[in-house]
Design a protein. Structure first.
Lengths: 317, 338
């Protein structure tokens, strides 16, 4: 007896089992996969977790534009009845926020550019399987993923290079991420060699091949890494804690910490803002909002890339 | 034995006895070879010069920013002063390590770090596996995609933002959590001021931030499973639970184990940013972990050698744990990570 099965609509979770006997159809059975009850529970669990992931952000945005009395009446609410933008005016006119924004934007743009430049130029030669010394260099790079000198030797190095209190201290020490380099290397090695060979016959050298063939073909990967590096620069504050001690050179995230967690928010009041109208709470929420809004704006592009599974392809390779 | 002395004609010595000559020929042949080889190598590098040129910044970066600091760990064995530099600072041998092992602060920090990372392995490591399995059961494509997009979002938000949100949400005066407690007739609790809540906050906030993103690798592994395995198991009468336990989990075991090994290798680290942002003077007793401790004693108190010793200790233990767990995994027939 031969059995064959056909998947039906996955949504209704049935499969059709067809049984043959000596080539003659004898039975068609429908088998149900999983019960509806359990399904509903799973849908609700995932939905609730997703809500929990989204709610805090919406909550911050809404309470940053809600007058404080309204907020106290219904702290859980995310739909503001009255909208005031005063908190944003005072936050955006605060010098520390302005300088923080400048530093962060500068580091994000320049840092991402340097990351990508080094990533592409290093990944391309390493993707050549026949390049002599490639394995040694790869081993030399991978080792740094598992062992590092630690905080003080790094600090001493940055200090000796005279980079303390400079934005370069936020950019150079992490200029190449070994993990991304390996991913980029495997992505480039998936590009068929035949494309390069025709260019070689035309007399192109490796730099031209890189610029005219490899880079155009790996734009999706480069865009993904660009977004990841940019978000990384925007979010990180560890290097700033270690290497920068002048408040005026702090990036936005460190300013955020100073204002919201160390309660320097009261300094905002000293520049002519009436803290009884715009309360410290509303200002804190507006400060947080100012720090996440740019991420929220790039997120739709970001998620398009990794939902396509581009990165996954690279990881598997 | 005689075959050992059979040498090609062109290499035969032109003078001297057979036995004595062999050494000479071997010697001559090997210098010729190295000469030829180095000629070949120079030609090879010349031919591929652009590729090697492209690699120079990369190699320079790794030497300067990774290998020079590795050399810098000898600070741990010296009485290091910035004014003297590494070379001129006097050697003190293992004094820093002896001091470290006898220091009560160190014992506390060690315990805090291990407790937190154990909690991470117990709760934060399995969470993405569970979520990935549930997501895989969801057949409605649009619903699944929307949920995925949302749960990945917190991964892209800075700990500075998340810490600020947590501290405000938990605030006894205006926090939403205490509002709920109050409306249920409970006393408001100053969560951040009580050290017994610290570990829960760390674990939960980490679950909230990273579980969604963590599913990506598992979902990729699940999508690689041959769908016919599932279909065959259904025809054989497997229900949902059977399918998960007998088909899905065994198929993604390699991924789970590889990630577990990496997690064990990270036992000594808890991530500076999360702990630093949630740390305050009230919870310092339980919140001081290796990263914040080296920062405090090294950069804030200026005990550079001691801080380097602590750093060297943690990264060596981390490396050893990684190697051991990988060995164990291979011993049980798994692939491991290298």
């Amino acid at each position: 007896m031969k059995k064959e099965y056909i998947r039906l609509n996955e949504l209704i979770k049935l499969i059709e089992l067809i049984e043959y006997k000596n080539g003659v159809l004898v039975a068609v059975k429908k088998i149900k996969i999983g019960s509806l009850g359990v399904d509903i529970i799973l849908y609700v669990v995932v939905g609730l977790f997703a809500l929990a992931c989204l709610y805090p952000f919406v909550y911050v945005l809404s309470s940053s534009i809600t007058p404080y009395e309204d907020y106290l009446k219904a702290p859980m609410s995310i739909i503001p009845r009255n909208v005031i933008l005063d908190a944003y005016y005072s936050v955006l006119s605060f010098p520390l926020i302005q300088s923080g924004y400048k530093v962060t934007v500068f580091v994000t743009i320049l840092g991402t550019f340097i990351n990508l430049l080094l990533l592409i130029t290093s990944a391309y030669p390493l993707s050549k399987k026949d390049l002599k010394g490639r394995r040694i260099i790869l081993g030399f790079i991978i080792f740094t993923m598992f062992f590092n000198g630690g905080l003080i030797p790094n600090y001493y190095l940055v200090r000796s290079l005279k980079l303390l209190n400079s934005v370069w201290a936020l950019i150079l020490p992490g200029a190449i991420s070994p993990f991304n380099l390996i991913l980029m290397k495997s992505f480039i090695s998936q590009i068929p060699d035949s494309l390069e060979e025709s260019a070689v016959i035309d007399g192109a050298n490796e730099i031209r091949i890189l610029a005219n063939i490899i880079i155009p073909l790996s734009t999706p990967a480069i865009a993904t890494f660009a977004l990841f590096h940019a978000v990384g620069h925007w979010n990180s504050f560890f290097s700033a804690v270690i290497y920068l001690n002048k408040r005026s050179s702090w990036p936005l995230m460190l300013v955020l910490r100073e204002l919201v967690i160390e309660n320097a928010v009261f300094e905002v009041g000293q520049i002519g803002v009436d803290l009884t109208v715009v309360t410290p709470f509303t200002i804190k929420m507006a400060t947080i909002a100012v720090a996440i809004i740019p991420i929220m704006l790039v997120y739709p592009f970001l998620q398009r890339f990794f939902m396509k599974g581009l990165l996954l392809g690279a990881i598997k390779g | 034995m005689s075959y050992m002395y059979v040498i090609p004609d062109r290499l035969k010595p032109v003078f001297g006895s057979t036995k004595g000559g062999i050494n000479i020929t071997m010697h001559l042949a090997s210098t010729n070879d190295t000469l030829r080889r180095s000629n070949y190598l120079i030609k090879y590098i010349k031919r591929k010069k652009y590729l090697y040129l492209l690699l120079i910044p990369c190699i320079a970066y790794f030497i300067i920013f990774h290998y020079v600091p590795m050399y810098g760990v000898i600070i741990a064995f010296k009485d290091f002063k910035f004014s003297k530099g590494i070379i001129k600072s006097p050697w003190i041998g293992l004094d820093n390590f002896l001091f470290m092992f006898n220091s009560r602060d160190f014992h506390k920090v060690f315990l805090n770090s291990i407790i937190l990372s154990t909690l991470r392995i117990l709760f934060n490591f399995p969470a993405p596996i569970v979520l990935a399995i549930i997501l895989n059961e969801i057949r409605h494509d649009k619903y699944k995609r929307i949920c995925q997009t949302i749960v990945y979002l917190p991964h892209f938000i800075s700990w500075a933002v998340i810490g600020s949100m947590i501290i405000n949400f938990l605030s006894p005066t205006w926090g939403v959590v205490n509002y709920i407690l109050k409306s249920l007739n409970f006393e408001p609790i100053a969560f951040m001021g009580k050290k017994e809540y610290f570990r829960t906050i760390v674990v939960l906030s980490n679950i909230w931030k990273e579980t969604g993103w963590g599913t990506i690798l598992y979902l990729a592994a699940i999508s690689n499973i041959n769908i016919e395995l599932f279909e065959a198991s259904i025809v054989d009468g497997a229900n949902r639970w059977h399918r998960i336990v007998y088909v899905l989990l065994p198929s993604i075991r390699g991924t789970i184990i590889a990630l577990l090994i990496l997690n064990i290798g990270r036992m000594m680290t808890n991530g500076f940013e999360q702990i630093f942002i949630l740390q305050n003077s009230m919870n310092l007793d339980v919140s001081e972990v290796f990263e914040t401790f080296t920062y405090r004693i090294g950069l804030l108190s200026g005990r550079f050698s001691f801080a380097t010793a602590v750093g060297l200790f943690t990264s060596s233990i981390g490396m050893i744990l990684l190697v051991i767990s990988n060995k164990l995994a291979r011993l049980f027939g798994e692939e491991g990570i290298y």
